[in-house]
Design a protein around this ligand. Structure first.
Ligand SMILES: Cc1ncc(C[n+]2csc(CCOP(=O)(O)OP(=O)(O)O)c2C)c(N)n1
Length: 974
């Protein structure tokens, strides 16, 4: 349509277009393809005029040519068509046919433009800040209609449900449907069935639900509960932050409708993610958290029962869960805990939903539903919202559609929309996935509930994302102590005069005769009485048992005592190792494996058969395969994880002729659990958040997220800081997520060397994380298995290798995976050295630099320097490190690392090694450092410089006298 000028219907071309359209109606193939497409689009896949035209000649249709003095009665479906044509009808002239045809084309165009742009004139802003809306494309004059045309019947072929209608009637229906309290955006949807569904659903009822008296009363009660709750807090806790819903109360009615309609359509479990705005209200009025519990928290009491530890969080971040019953159907609800970081909870909720769907066997994704509530500024500004939409249609992340609800209060803190987004609506990001969008006026709760219902039906029907953008306002400042008139004086003058949505609706119900004034007031007083009563009992309110380690989590513990004293059995029988090994190295006979990969598989078979030389990929495959065989599902997602960034994993084989995929790890045994390996979209925060969310619902699946290179994980820093590192402490939520972060200094430049170990180490406290940097495939195997075999869940950060994937020495014998083997937190010296008393230096290191050190040591025949590997940095293996230092009584202690001194493990181990030296009363007071000097960038871009630095640090570690090694942050050595 874009190629056809707007004025074409009124200009000199009009008769020509009419002629074309007549021809098109008679035979679509008789006009140029572009015109045919244009007419087809105009008609929007409605039942074709053609079908009818076939039964009657064009000129014999009175409806088409009425209006010039002898308007026929409006045809109905029953009377329309050739059978209804009076035999005596006079043949119209050619010009009459043209005029009538032209009217039809104009009307169809007008109708179509209302579907596309009707929202531009809709009345969904309660404050009406924009003033009188006018859009030329929605003006009939643009299409050549005049006042005189208003009452002339026009043939519109059952579009809008009418065979013919006057322009006046057409406009009335269009305005009601597309320009009332609701503006709909759906014409961007390319799937014809989805578009047709929305169109049919809204046009058939002029986009209005006729609620019953009970329905209206229920909506009103929700409005009263929402408003009274905020007002009560406002009065009782004046000035305390609550980020009230005031102005957006209809949110509660909308969520209730989603739950109710959802329950009728098969939803059994709902996971909600939302930010601060209105959260307390949702907690109280949707999650049914007792008012007394909330008041008790306002009075400063802890939200958790006394027997649960944790640092806690502010009340508007806490999550909760509840069971509710709608029409006899129970729904389990949970509200995810979230940090202040807006939109960060979005992918987490999706991951939780996906895990629940998998757990329940909800293959249609109709039983578990995610609802995300957004602020208008946040959804438009935060990339995570876009990343979350981006996940919605991907095989590995699909959740059958999320219902998005924007509490669009037309302001973000103090920032007006004109400053906070470039797009017309905050919801525009949803168009990237062609979600239908309903803009709705928050002052019209019936309209809000109506669109919430349609959104729920759409989600259940098509299993795709859908958006409700509820325009409202924020009655007070960003929080209740803020003065909004400093920055938005006009808006806040309007708000001050504006009656509340509950008032408006109450008056409407009284004027409709649905409720009496007394009934309206009575509903208010009974809600207030409940609030008062709860307030009285808040003083003595005792928190219930926390919903903590129940269900799937029962049996798991929070870590009690020293992690280092635990010795989980992670070994596997040799028979099982061989079985897994064989299964993963034998593709089906008729599968065309790439020749080079054939060699990889043959090498894997060889490793298993010889029982020697198992490499990294093999260690990982054995960990996954053995867990799968034991019934533990494994889910690995990350960029190019199927093949592996470094072409080492080959977890997915691709048939070279058909591109069919074969996943060896899904063919380990008949009774095995499922292995999912997913090439993720190019997102870090979104995908990591999703996988973290998955672990919150599922402690019994090994869930791994892999960064392409470890440094890219800093794109997901919010998820790491706000959820992974601190989620347990803040919200009592455990996660067994594994992060694989390729790391290692191999001369690839600043960007691919460092996974930033220092970041994770700095986050370590209170046993919140596990951080490892393994040097052997067997240790990697054990740490992965340990993750699921422990009786607690903590996120595991693995600095994974690059060059070690193929390093001659970074191999393990099969026996290191077999009986009695286990994870080693510290690997003691493995080479024969001089006696312990003669060892003059202990070099502690972690990760790949170990291999540089032993190679050099062997090349030089040094036998009095022990090189010890700290494989687990956190929890810090104090007892083992201490034992090693004690063993070498006469040795000095050096920490060697590849990373610059302000990075890597140095700053983390320095105080810990110092403590041990002190405890052991060694003369050496602090450990020495052998590594790169502090640096702004993680690594040099010049290979030669890299190599020189690497040689130097190895030299320092093995040979240079401690006094001659430059120590960071001390005076330079002269
Ligand atoms: C990532 C992030 N940046 C900044 C903030 C600080 N902040 C808290 S609320 C808010 C405004 C949010 O506006 P909007 O999304 O429209 O929600 P509203 O508060 O208006 O309901 C801001 C900027 C934050 N919480 N998170």
């Amino acid at each position: 349509m874009a190629t056809i000028p707007e004025s074409f219907l009124t200009g000199a071309n009009a008769p020509y277009i009419a002629e074309l359209y007549s021809r098109y109606i008679a035979n679509p193939a008789s006009v140029d393809a572009s015109w045919a497409a244009f007419f087809r689009e105009l008609r929007d896949e409605a039942p074709s005029v053609l079908a009818e035209a076939r039964g009657a000649t064009w000129a014999s249709r009175p409806a088409l040519i009425g209006g010039n003095g002898s308007a026929p009665a409006r045809a109905t479906a029953a009377t329309a068509g050739p059978a209804a044509v009076p035999a005596a009808t006079a043949q119209p002239s050619k010009s009459e046919i043209r005029a009538a045809t032209l009217d039809s084309v104009r009307a169809l165009m007008l109708i179509r433009v209302y579907r596309v742009r009707g929202h531009l004139m809709a009345n969904f802003d309660p404050l009406e800040l924009e003033g009188g809306k006018y859009h030329p494309e929605l003006d009939p004059k643009t299409y050549g209609f005049t006042e005189a045309d208003l009452d002339r019947p026009i043939f519109i072929d059952n579009i809008l449900g009418l065979e013919t209608a006057t322009l006046r009637e057409i406009l009335a229906i269009l305005k009601e449907t597309y320009c009332g309290s609701i503006g709909v955006e759906f014409m961007h949807i390319q799937h014809p069935d989805e578009k047709a569904w929305i169109q049919q659903r809204i046009e058939s009822i002029h986009n209005q639900t006729q609620f019953t008296v009970n329905g209206k009363r229920a909506i009103f009660e929700r409005m009263v509960e929402a408003e009274e709750f905020e007002q009560f807090l406002h009065v009782k806790f004046t000035g305390t932050k609550r980020f009230g819903l005031d102005g957006g109360e209809a949110t509660v009615a909308a969520i209730e409708q989603i739950l109710k309609r959802g329950s009728q359509l098969g939803v059994r479990e709902v996971i909600v993610g939302m930010a601060h705005r209105g959260r307390l209200n949702v907690l109280a009025n949707v999650m049914k958290k007792p008012y007394a519990a909330i008041f008790s928290e306002f009075q400063g009491h802890a939200a958790h029962p006394d027997d649960v530890q944790g640092s806690g969080d502010v009340k508007y971040h806490l999550g909760t869960s509840a069971d509710r019953v709608f029409d006899g159907q129970e729904i389990h609800l949970s509200l995810s805990a979230n940090p202040s970081h807006l939109e960060a909870v979005d992918p987490v909720v999706l991951g939780k939903v996906r895990a629940k769907q998998t757990l329940l066997g909800d293959s249609q994704r109709s039983q578990v539903l995610g609802i995300l509530l957004h602020g208008d500024a946040a959804i438009a500004g935060q990339g995570l919202a876009a990343e979350t939409f981006g996940l919605s249609e991907l095989k590995g992340y699909r959740v059958g559609g999320t219902i998005h609800f924007i509490i669009n209060n037309q302001i973000g803190f103090t920032t007006s929309p004109g400053y906070s987004r470039s797009s017309p609506y905050p919801s525009d990001v949803a168009k990237t996935v062609q979600a239908p969008i309903f803009h709705v006026n928050g002052d019209d709760p019936e309209a809000v509930v109506h669109v919430a219902r349609i959104a729920t039906e759409f989600r259940q029907e098509f299993k795709r994302d859908v958006v409700v953008d509820m325009f409202c306002y924020r009655r007070f400042g960003h929080n209740e102590a803020d003065e909004p008139s400093f920055t938005q004086p006009i808006m806040y003058k309007a708000i001050a005069k504006h009656p509340t949505a509950r008032q408006i609706y109450g008056e409407r119900l009284v004027s409709e005769g649905v409720l009496t004034k007394d009934e309206v007031d009575g509903i208010g007083s009974s809600v207030r009485a409940r609030l008062d009563q709860a307030f009285q009992s808040a003083q003595t309110y005792k928190q219930n048992r926390a919903d903590w380690l129940q269900g799937k989590w029962s049996g798991l513990k929070t870590l009690i005592g020293e992690e280092e004293l635990r010795e989980e059995e992670t070994w596997v029988s040799l028979a099982m190792l061989r079985e897994v090994g064989r299964a993963i190295s034998e593709p089906p006979a008729n599968f065309n494996v790439n020749r080079k990969i054939m060699r990889v598989l043959a090498a894997r078979r060889d490793m298993i058969e010889r029982g020697e030389g198992l490499d990294w990929a093999m260690g990982e495959a054995l960990a996954f395969g053995s867990l799968l065989a034991e019934g533990v599902p494994v889910r690995l997602s990350g960029q190019d994880s199927g093949r592996g960034t470094f072409s080492h994993r080959h977890a997915v084989l691709v048939d070279q002729e058909t591109e069919d995929r074969y996943i060896p790890l899904n063919n380990v045994s008949d009774s095995q659990a499922a292995f999912e390996v997913i090439d993720s979209p190019l997102s870090e925060a979104g995908v990591l958040g999703f996988e973290y969310g998955y672990t919150l619902s599922e402690p019994d699946v090994l869930v791994l997220w892999e960064a392409q290179f470890g440094d890219f994980a800093n794109g997901a820093q919010v998820i790491i800081d706000q959820f992974i590192a601190s989620g347990e402490s803040k919200w009592l939520r455990l996660s067994g997520l594994v992060m694989l972060l390729p790391h290692g200094y191999e001369g690839q430049g600043p960007e691919h060397s460092s996974a930033r170990p220092e970041r994770y180490l700095q986050l370590c406290a209170e046993d919140n994380l596990q951080v490892v940097n393994c040097t052997t495939p067997a240790n990697y195997f054990h740490v992965l298995r340990r993750q699921i075999r422990r009786n607690f869940r903590k996120p595991l950060i693995v600095f994974s290798p690059k060059s070690l994937l193929r390093h001659r020495l970074a191999i393990s014998p099969l026996s290191d995976f077999g009986p009695q083997s286990r994870f080693q937190r510290v690997i003691p010296e493995t080479d024969p050295l001089a006696g312990d008393a003669e060892v003059r230096r202990i070099v502690f290191c972690s990760g790949k630099v170990y291999y540089d050190l032993v190679k050099e040591r062997r090349d030089r025949g040094i036998n009095d320097v022990a090189v010890l590997r700290v494989e687990q940095l956190y929890p810090w293996p104090r007892l083992r490190v201490m034992a090693e230092i004690s063993r070498y009584q006469n040795a000095e202690v050096i920490w060697c690392q590849e990373e610059p001194a302000n990075m890597g493990g140095w700053m983390f181990v320095l105080p810990r090694l110092t403590n041990i030296l002190d405890e052991l009363k060694r003369d050496q007071r602090v450990p020495a450092y052998a590594g790169r000097k502090a640096s702004a960038s993680p690594a040099t871009g010049l290979l030669k410089t890299h190599e020189a630095e690497q040689r130097r640090l190895v030299e320092y570690a093995l040979a240079t006298a401690i006094d001659a090694i430059p120590q960071p942050f001390r005076r330079p050595v002269s």
